[in-house]
Design a protein around this ligand. Structure first.
Ligand SMILES: Nc1ncnc2c1ncn2[C@@H]1O[C@H](COP(=O)(O)OP(=O)(O)OP(=O)(O)O)[C@@H](O)[C@H]1O
Ligand SMILES: [Mg+2]
Length: 349
């Protein structure tokens, strides 16, 4: 799929923007704080209805504005769909987002925040695999939200004195929804792992052994009964600590490069490349699941990479469909459309 055009009104530092990118590689350059990341964010909101930078709707409208509007055309081999989204402040001061969601639109985003997948806490890796699973399986995000509600209710009961007798129905629900999440995460990891084994060596330009594995205290178990039994085993400890101690909210991903856990080894370039490779490894599985290629939003993806590796990254990017690549430095890339971003305006270079 491709974005045919993007229209912004009062979005971040864009007062009004009407932008027609090409359907292939778009390189966006500009000095710091001109609006490159904001533009990628706007493209992402148009595609998915959500920002990859913030969950606070109030951050998105230009400072002082009461509303922001995003619109555009999404192009698929079977036709074009016009989508529109408005984020506005209601009378009670809360913010509301309303608009069209296109069922086949997908964005894969790479940015500085992705380093946390490798060196951040387990929650960063769970967030990564849940985002990927949500692009593969439409039911994943609703199930995740349901799980969080069940977990919160169960934790509240554990915190209330003498409420143990009321846990049983929540245990059942936690086990059923929890196993559903674990199953999709495992399938996502399997698809990712296969692609990563191809993508990382292609980007690094050398043979490397990369492995991603899903880590859960439930081992290989696939039935809700196993999660239920684990809750039963931890009952006394849970009562003491007043917390739910087993389930997908405690799981993690193990990511290894040549047999070393990536959390413990140091080169920043290596970590950035691996984080980028994880995103690039999403492309093929997401294309198969959505029936069309995702749009890639790559924020400053070449920084800290040497020129050989940077060249490999560009080659890999060229085989994708529509790509937006930002850089604070001018980049000479054959066959790319070049754009300048300056003070919330985009012009052809
Ligand atoms: N809601 C908002 N309203 C107006 N301006 C905003 C809003 N949010 C952020 N900005 C401003 O937009 C400007 C551009 O931000 P952006 O993150 O897009 O820069 P950038 O071009 O990606 O820079 P860098 O090269 O440093 O990454 C910043 O100066 C920021 O303060
Ligand atoms: Mg930026």
């Amino acid at each position: 799929m491709q974005i045919g055009c993007l229209v912004l009104r009062d979005f971040r530092n864009y007062q009004t923007l009407s932008y027609r990118p090409t359907g292939r590689l778009n390189v966006l350059t500009g000095r710091n704080a001109q609006g490159k990341t904001n533009l990628l964010e706007g493209l992402g909101v148009l595609l998915t209805g959500r920002s990859f930078r913030t969950s606070r709707l109030a951050d998105l409208p230009s400072w002082g504005a009461e509303a922001t509007m995003l619109g555009g055309d999404l192009i698929h081999t079977e036709g074009t769909r016009t989508v529109r989204r408005t984020i506005q402040r209601l009378e009670d001061g809360t913010w509301q987002s309303a608009g069209d969601l296109c069922p086949w639109a997908r964005a894969i985003v790479f940015g500085w925040q992705d380093l946390a997948i490798l060196n951040g806490p387990p929650a960063a890796r769970r967030g990564f695999i849940d985002g990927f699973a949500a692009r593969l399986f439409p039911g994943h995000l609703p199930a995740l939200l349901r799980y969080r509600q069940i977990l919160a209710r169960r934790n509240r009961l554990l915190q209330a004195a003498g409420a143990e007798g009321r846990l049983a129905p929540w245990d059942e629900q936690l086990a059923a929804t929890g196993m559903e999440l674990i199953d999709r995460r495992r399938r996502a990891v399997a698809a990712l792992s296969t692609e990563l084994a191809r993508v990382y060596p292609a980007l690094a330009g050398e043979r490397h052994k990369v492995a991603v594995a899903y880590r859960t205290s439930l081992g290989e178990a696939t039935e809700p009964a196993a999660l239920l039994a684990a809750l039963e085993r931890r009952r006394a400890e849970e009562a003491r600590r007043r917390l739910t101690l087993v389930g997908p909210h405690r799981d993690d991903l193990a990511i290894e490069l040549n047999g070393t856990d990536t959390r413990t080894f140091g080169s920043r370039g290596e970590q950035r490349l691996l984080a980028l490779a994880l995103r690039m490894a999403e492309v093929l599985p997401v294309t198969e699941a959505a029936g069309t290629a995702p749009v890639l939003l790559l924020d400053d993806a070449l920084s800290e990479l040497d020129s050989v590796v940077g060249g490999n990254v560009l080659r890999e990017i060229h085989s994708a469909e529509q790509v937006f690549l930002t850089s604070p430095e001018p980049l000479a890339v054959n066959g790319a459309a070049r754009w300048i971003v300056e003070s919330g305006e985009v012009s052809a270079a």
